[in-house]
Design a protein around this ligand. Sequence first.
Ligand SMILES: Nc1nc2c(ncn2[C@@H]2O[C@H](COP(=O)(O)OP(=O)(O)O)[C@@H](O)[C@H]2O)c(=O)[nH]1
Ligand SMILES: [Mg+2]
Length: 298
Amino acid sequence: MSEGSGFRSGMVALVGRPNVGKSTLMNAILGEKISIVSRRPQTTRHRLLGVHTAEDAQMVFVDTPGIHQSKKKINQYMVQAAISALDGVDAVVFVVEALSWTDGDAAILDRLSEVGTPVIAVINKSDRVSPRERLLPFLEEMQDRHAFAALVPLSAERRDNLEPLLAEIAGHLPEGPPLFPEDQITDRSLRFLCAELIREQVFHQLGEEVPYATEVQVEQFQEEEGLARINATVLVEREGQKAIVLGREGRRIKAIGTQARQAIEHLLEARVHLELFVRVREGWTGDDRALRELGYED
Ligand SMILES: Nc1nc2c(ncn2[C@@H]2O[C@H](COP(=O)(O)OP(=O)(O)O)[C@@H](O)[C@H]2O)c(=O)[nH]1
Ligand SMILES: [Mg+2]
């Protein structure tokens, strides 16, 4: 990329309260699932980069855990990860849910107002609003709340109206060469993404508090001629949770493994042999050392 070619590149933070669709939006833009999604809040735990390279611009999205209040150590880690993602970005995409403005949104907007970075508001889940005119008063209220660089109603799930958002973002990026090779879509390893796809199934298949007490670690990851052999441990905090993850006659862990294997096969474009083990690590969500060992760094 020669100088003055007009190519733009930069970093874009995706922020918003839990469950508004930040990860869905990043996956929709990338056309590839790299960030896991569920109906429940706080599915995303780590900062994750998603690289979108177009003809004239490269935008590096920072998907973050949602910003919310909590006393639990692991939750504080997640909020810190979200807030530090605002450092040094060229634009912020603030995701809210159509027709739903909460105290949580207001608290985040307060923090964003302290940063000098342009903020683009995405009004997600617009597919739920019909007729479309019902959005207009909400858009007007949004306009009064902050001098947003733009307001973009869209549906991340249906990949509807993403283009205006991408054009808007590109306009805020400085001229410069790509930050990542154009075939790279994330900063995370396949190993990490596989662990996340297993964790996503825990979120999908287990109710109540168990997913929040669960972590997944890939112990072995071997790729050979179109076949990947993966061994992973599902960590929980207590014996009772282990029994739930295993399920009667091991049926639950088997179903988790089957669904996760399919998702991993899709990601790797290879056949996958997946073995899952369940282990108890007492109180890991409140233990600094355990959190560090499991990759929750400051
Ligand atoms: N109807 C609808 N649901 C969506 C849309 N985007 C995300 N969702 C759903 O909202 C939930 C939370 O999404 P997720 O991306 O995990 O939210 P995050 O916590 O902000 O990352 C999931 O059940 C998604 O399927 C959308 O555009 N329309
Ligand atoms: Mg998320």
